[in-house]
Design a protein around this ligand. Sequence first.
Ligand SMILES: Cc1ncc(COP(=O)(O)O)c(C=O)c1O
Length: 451
Amino acid sequence: MPVISPALRDTLEDLDRRHHLHPFTTHNELHAQGTHIITRGEGCWLWDAQGRKLFDGLAGLWCVNVGYSCAEITDAVHEQMRRLPYYCSFFNTTTEPAIRLADKLASLAPRGLGHVMFSNSGSEANETALKLIRAYHKLRGQPQRTKILSREFAYHGVTLAATSMTGLPGCTKPFDLPLPGFIHAPAPNAYAAHRESDPVAYGQWCIEETARIIDREGPDTIAAFFVEPIQGAGGVIVPPEGYLGKLRALCRQHGILFVADEVITAFGRLGEWFASELWALEPDFINVAKGLTSGYLPLGATIVSDEIADVLIHSGYLAHGYTYSGHPTTCAAALANLHVIERDRLVEHTRDDLGPYFQAKLRAFASHPAVGEVRGHGLIGAIELLPREGKAALTPTTMLGGKAAKLAREEGVIVRGIRDLIAMSPPLIATHEEIDFLFAAVEKTLARLWD
Ligand SMILES: Cc1ncc(COP(=O)(O)O)c(C=O)c1O
């Protein structure tokens, strides 16, 4: 076991405290509690510096779809590193892994989405889509289409524009965002709106309100609508029946491009390669990252419709891209990862077996006294938590999710705390016994929540 000595652990924690600014962290709290240092991963399990073994119920950050220690990926990376560790795709060059991955993604994506531009993250995949959309409308003689619609509770990343699309005040307010021209429509979060008894009717109200926003802003000033099919970091918000289809139709009616942000939902998590297939979204763009390499290396991709790509291809110089766009080593990791997902039929396995098993276990918590609602699809799920006094006693500061996530870690599993809920998205390779272990730990967590 990779237990490190108490002296080394102290040294690392001290260095971390002194020099490391962490993402999405309250530093005072971190420094008071000490950093949780993870040292090893295998399958669905992680080991920390104390030698404790934890089940990773979130698959890293919703991304380690094939689990840790997948030899096919590490071998492919090693082999590519030895042969050609880096070359760019600028100025009429590229590398074989970049070509093969673009081809692979085009073959997996829904029909008509046959072009790919690479980046390094989900934020950059979204940022790339934003720039291609502006260029496209300008080339098509509609330069006034610059406004971007997204939704409350959305999470689209952390660059200035991606944060502007994000609909979580905790992410936008500290930075005086959104930028002008970024507009938020309501999300179908019936539970937060106290409309959980009729989510379909609430979804319909969201559509009508979105239509009013489009009219108010002027339909021909709106460039695109960015949509996570299931809103992940905003609290695993599952769209009610009919909602996404109506949203898609509304965009089509007004010439507003429809962008599926599938950074979490692609590559099997919902039992399809893309959630866009699940809900027949026919998007103009699909943006992916995370599960594309199962998190082994940073890689984002913006998958573009052939119609839009055709306009961009015939417009001269495309002045966008990153030093590491199509990095051969990250693309080799993605190709190996996609091969494993296909070979082991992880998408089908999630759809037919593990996903339904996970959802059945999740739904069993619906009647628990500390639970207000459960929701999910495939291998993603959330449990809304209640205080002893019930839902009416929830406030913006109750934050039961953080408390529960901490307890769950003591019970041996990692889940994510968000507001008053916990979110889960285990690796697609989990066994039934491992899912049982996860939910047994959740059960013990709930039993301690009101202590
Ligand atoms: C739906 C969605 N879009 C974009 C992002 C941002 O991705 P990254 O952190 O790789 O920039 C995330 C990250 O959680 C996400 O969930």
